[in-house]
Structures are given as structure tokens and as C-alpha cells.
Design a protein around this ligand. Structure first.
Ligand code: SF4
Ligand code: SF4
Length: 459
């Protein structure tokens, strides 16, 4: 798979308006079609005859129509209308307590506080006011921790605060599952809570990283919790698996374990961020390991889909959706880091941070109890934190720049290279995106099955 850039150019013979072709990358293999991705993250599949027209800057009316539809040709006087970003996802840190002590945890374990019911009510009141003022009908809230199920009363309070708000609120928890007995599983389902379970693979992989607070193994408890959850949720929950240098080379085994041993088909593999609070630092895999993982992830999942077995890896699916329809629906991977703009994190004391991984005192943006506090002013405060803005120099000629924008801001901050890129996301993108484009061009049926039929039509 090769790719070449076509620079921007203007044409003026279509109508009285002047149209501009947006700079784009053309990906070609040996087939008759090429995949075009422009600087605004929009895509189209074109027959090579049409690509030839673009290359010589002579676009027929038939092609121009398609290019206008897909956002490749825009009127010089009609720039892209970008809707203002609103906060749609709130991470609420209801407790800092945890019964686990995972090797890579970014939480400061010296604090054990729990959110008071007054703070929960105040947060809910402020969120409801913000949504009403901005005509936001639907939001997501994550009850975060620590281990959120240690404070089930806090989760129930959150649900109650929003129950008659007129806003559609999807509440989710990310839990280590060790506390999920039959009664809690049933209660979570009755409260309509979406559940994500943290588990790091099979027994060997999991116990090496995710330990109880006293250092003992946690695998058996987690598996029992998952079994209890399944009685009520069946397969309708997801799993987050953190990859470190210890388990990343076993990606095929891990996928096999989820499909055949646990019967779980929604998984997100997140690569560890070496951070200042981790019990054991330097767990991050090498670039070689990351590139090999990214290739194996694609090859393994594509192979399962070809066999008719559905296995959804969330970060892979997000990238596929980016390429097919630029949905901008992921706060980290669709249009750069939007922590502090589309999502925020609130700690037990009401302090607001751009992201739960950035809850350092000097990254605080405001406090919910400040007399002048408004959610509307948060994004502006975030932009004053310079590590959110990457220099761009390394990304200038990168086809994935619209989606990535230098990667995760917290990984850049943890690594102390504020102006540089997030090398982990960069390595992953450079393997996964070309593999996805190859699949889009060669196996549209497999892509349809993976994406839930978001199709990129051929022209
Ligand atoms: S700092 Fe990283 S994890 Fe947090 S919102 Fe930004 S990209 Fe996502
Ligand atoms: S970090 Fe890497 S993948 Fe991301 S935009 Fe920059 S060069 Fe591209």
C-alpha cells in the first residue's frame, strides 16, 4: 500500500463560485480503486480514472458532484461550519478508595476520600443547568474511582439526582468486578447502569498486574464477579484490558481467551501510561512491541470476522469509524485530545480537571463551589495549559493528523515532553490505519460486518 499527497488547488468553471480541493492523501494498492483521505478527516473511494482527473486538476462535473458531497471540494467562500464543542461526558470521582493496588495505577493512594452527598447534588445541579442553557439533551456520566462499587450509595445518589431532569443520562461504571455479587449485579441492572470491567487477560497475565491492596492475587474474584454480572447483563458489558510490556506480546492468546473462555466480545486494549503514581514504573512496551501488537491485533480480528466470529476492539473500531464516516465520537482518538472541552473530570472535592488522568493540582481548571463557576468557561481555561497544544512539526505531513493531533496529552505530560508527540499512539496509528484502508479496499464485506454497515461507497 503506497500513499501520495495531492496539494490543494482551485477550480472555477463549475459555477460562478470558486471551489477549492482540500489537500488529500491517496492510498493505492493493485486494485482499480484508491482511498482518498483529506486534511479534514473525510474520505472517499474513487476509481483510478477519477484520481487521474484530480491529479491533473481537471475535474469533470460528475466527479465534482461527488467531491462536494464528501467534503473534498468546498466553495472558497463557504468554509466548513464547525459546531461549538460542548461538554457531553462527565467523569465523577465518587471515591478515591480502592481494594486493589494495580501496578500501573495513576491514582495517588495516599488519599482515601469519598464524595459527600452535598457535592454530588451540587455537581448534578450545575450539570443540569449547563445542559438546559445549552440545549443539550443527552450526556454520559461515569461514576469513577478508586473502585466505584465501594460507594454504591454514591452511584444511587447520582442516578436519583438526574432521574427527573428531562435529560437523557447514560451512567456507566468502570469496575474491577471483585465486589459484584448477585445482589449488586441485579441492582446495577435495575438502575440501568452500563458496566465496564477491568481485567488484564487470562490468569497469568491478570495476576501479574492487577493485585489486591494486600498484594495477593485477584483473578478468581474478578471471574466470579463477571459470572454474577452475566446473569443479568448476558453479553451486554465491556472489558478494558491494560497492556504492558508483560502481556502485550500475547495479544492473540488474550483475544482467544476472551472469545472462547469468557464469551466476551467487546474489549478495549489500552496501552499503559508510565505515570508518577505507579507502584512499578517503566511498564510501557517498546515501540517494536507496540508495532507488532498493532499488526497482530488487526490480523487476528480480521481473521475472526472472516470466520464469522464477531470480536469488537473499541480503539480499532473507532479508527475504522474515523476513516469511514468521521463521526468525531471518541474524546481521545477522533479529533485529538478533547479532555477539558468535550469531557471533564471532577474529583471528590469538586475540583475540575481536563481528564481523570490529569488530576494534578496545577492542572486544576476550577472548583464546582467557586462562586463564579460556569462549565461554559472550562474549555478556555484548558487551552491555557500548554501541553495540550502539540508543536505540530512532526505531524505536518501525517495523513492521520486530523484524528490524532499528536496523541494523548496526559501521556505527553507524564513523559515530560510537552511539545512533542505521544509516541505510543503514533506507532499504533502508523500500523493500524494503513491496514484498515487495505481492508476497506479489498474486503468491503468484512468492513461492513465490523463497522455495523457504515459503508464507504465506491465512485
Ligand atoms: S489526556 Fe489522554 S486520556 Fe485524557 S482526554 Fe486527552 S487523550 Fe484522552
Ligand atoms: S503523533 Fe504521529 S500519528 Fe499522530 S498526528 Fe503526529 S505524526 Fe501523525
Amino acid at each position: 500500500m503506497t500513499h501520495k499527497k495531492i496539494g490543494k488547488f482551485s477550480i472555477d468553471y463549475l459555477t460562478s463560485d470558486i471551489f477549492e480541493f482540500i489537500e488529500a492523501y491517496v492510498f493505492s494498492d493493485s486494485s482499480e480503486y484508491s482511498f482518498l483521505l483529506n486534511k479534514q478527516g473525510k474520505s472517499i473511494i474513487l476509481h483510478k480514472e477519477f484520481v487521474a482527473e484530480i491529479r491533473i486538476n481537471k475535474i469533470s462535473e460528475q466527479l465534482a458532484f461527488k467531491l462536494i458531497q464528501r467534503g473534498f471540494l468546498i466553495g472558497a467562500h463557504h468554509g466548513e461550519q464547525i459546531a461549538p464543542i460542548k461538554i457531553k461526558y462527565f467523569i465523577i470521582d465518587i471515591t478515591k478508595s480502592c481494594n486493589f493496588n494495580c501496578l500501573y495505577c495513576f491514582r495517588n493512594h495516599l488519599t482515601n476520600s469519598q464524595m459527600s452527598s452535598d457535592t454530588i447534588s451540587k455537581i448534578a445541579m450545575k450539570i443540569i443547568g449547563y445542559c438546559r442553557k445549552n440545549d443539550i439533551k443527552q450526556i454520559g456520566i461515569q461514576a469513577f474511582g478508586g473502585e466505584p462499587l465501594l460507594y454504591l450509595e454514591g452511584i444511587k445518589s447520582l442516578c436519583k439526582c438526574f432521574s427527573n431532569s428531562g435529560i437523557e443520562v447514560c451512567i456507566d461504571v468502570e469496575t474491577n468486578a471483585s465486589l459484584i455479587n448477585d445482589a449488586i449485579a441485579k441492582e446495577l441492572m435495575n438502575l440501568n447502569i452500563k458496566v465496564g470491567v477491568s481485567i488484564d487477560g487470562d490468569e497469568k497475565a491478570h495476576n501479574a498486574q492487577r493485585r489486591l491492596a494486600d498484594g495477593s492475587k485477584s483473578y478468581e474474584m474478578v471471574i466470579q464477579g463477571i459470572k454474577n454480572l452475566k446473569k443479568y447483563y448476558f453479553v451486554d458489558f465491556s472489558v478494558i484490558n491494560v497492556l504492558t510490556k508483560m502481556n502485550i506480546d500475547r495479544i492473540k492468546d488474550l483475544i482467544q481467551f476472551y472469545i472462547y473462555d469468557l464469551n466476551i466480545t467487546n474489549v478495549k486494549f489500552n496501552i499503559v501510561k508510565d505515570n508518577p503514581n505507579a507502584v512499578e514504573s517503566r511498564l510501557a512496551p517498546s515501540t517494536v512491541q507496540i508495532e507488532r501488537f498493532a499488526a497482530e491485533l488487526c490480523d487476528t480480528i480480521f481473521a475472526y470476522y472472516r470466520m464469522g466470529i464477531r470480536f469488537n476492539e473499541d480503539n480499532l473500531l473507532t479508527r475504522l469509524q474515523n476513516l469511514l464516516s468521521r463521526t468525531n465520537n471518541n474524546f481521545c482518538l477522533s479529533n485529538g485530545c478533547r479532555g477539558g472541552e468535550a469531557m471533564i473530570s471532577i474529583d471528590c472535592d469538586g475540583n475540575i480537571f481536563p481528564c481523570e488522568t490529569l488530576d494534578f493540582p496545577n492542572e486544576k481548571l476550577a472548583n464546582i463551589f467557586d462562586s463564579t463557576f460556569e462549565f461554559d468557561s472550562i474549555a478556555e481555561k484548558k487551552r491555557q495549559h500548554d501541553f495540550f497544544v502539540h508543536s505540530g512539526a512532526k505531524c505536518e505531513n501525517c495523513p492521520w493528523e486530523y484524528y490524532c493531533k499528536g496523541g494523548c496529552a496526559s501521556r505527553r505530560r507524564y513523559n515530560g515532553n510537552k511539545e512533542e508527540i505521544d509516541e505510543v499512539e503514533c506507532a499504533i496509528n502508523k500500523v493500524i490505519y494503513p491496514k484498515l484502508i487495505e481492508l476497506i479496499l479489498s474486503e468491503p464485506q468484512t468492513v461492513d460486518n465490523m463497522s455495523g454497515r457504515i459503508t464507504c461507497h465506491r465512485t
